[in-house]
Design a protein around this ligand. Structure first.
Ligand code: HPA
Length: 244
């Protein structure tokens, strides 16, 4: 089964990926974040796409999620591993933690969030009770175990609009809602993947305490944790590939 990795902040290229070619895909929804990179990672063919563009220039609310998912589906991808940097809300989500969310609460607005809105023969409501693919989650969790990493195998991902960070009150509301982590790109990406019947799961890396929990958040704080965190993500990916 063909697999793609969507890299987020801190993962604009995949170390160890032997690149075979880059493919430009035009979609009915516009242009993806960049060409799709084809390559071999630990002996297996994978595709890679940098969500924010290879130069990290596309902010979360401007990512063309529909074009990205459509392009991957068009190229025969069946599984998507999404990598996401997040802020930690619950106490177990300290900076540096790797987590595999199992639920989502969507706070984003006015993003193009569905493929099912025009030229319909009937109205379509996808099932999204469990937004992540359990089999792919299990593989990521097994990979993290195989890599000998500490990790958290569940959690609710709160997706915010960005690009600004949240207020302290917004984070308190999200905590009350049951969010364990906060990020800006988890939606509509997960729902669009489900609409295309792609197995989708997220490897999240906590890069800061969410705003207001331990004071303000600076990009310097985030950048200090990001590189260490992405090293762990690379280990997870390296151990996931043989399981696929
Ligand atoms: N809030 C929203 N998105 C994020 C954060 C945060 O604190 N950290 C990384 N992505």
């Amino acid at each position: 089964m063909s697999v793609a990795i969507i890299g987020g902040t801190g993962l604009t290229s995949l170390e160890g990926l032997e690149i075979t070619r880059r493919e430009v895909v035009h979609t009915p929804y516009g242009e993806p974040s960049g060409p799709i990179t084809h390559g071999i990672l630990h002996g297996k063919e994978v595709m890679f796409l940098a969500r924010h563009g290879y130069g990290h220039t596309i902010p979360p609310h401007r990512v063309n999620y529909r074009a990205n998912l459509w392009a991957l589906n068009h190229l025969g991808v069946e599984r998507v591993i999404a990598v996401a940097a997040v802020g930690g809300i619950t106490e177990s989500m300290a900076p540096g933690t790797i987590a595999f969310p199992d639920q989502i609460i969507d706070y984003t607005w006015s993003r193009n969030h569905t493929f099912f809105e025009a030229d319909l023969t009937h109205v379509t409501h996808i099932d999204f009770t469990y937004p992540y693919d359990q089999d792919l989650r299990d593989k990521l969790i097994q990979a993290a175990r195989d890599a000998g990493l500490d990790f958290i195998d569940r959690g609710t991902y709160g997706a915010t609009q960005g690009p600004r960070l949240e207020t302290a009150a917004e984070i308190q509301r999200m905590r009350g809602d049951g969010c364990d982590m906060v990020g800006m790109t988890g939606m509509p990406e997960a729902a669009l993947a489900r609409e295309l019947d792609l197995a989708y799961a997220t490897c999240a890396v906590v890069v800061n305490w969410a705003p207001g929990l331990h004071g303000i958040v600076s990009m310097d704080d985030i950048n200090a944790v990001l590189e260490e965190g992405m090293k762990k993500v690379r280990q997870v990916l390296a151990h996931t590939v043989p399981l696929l």
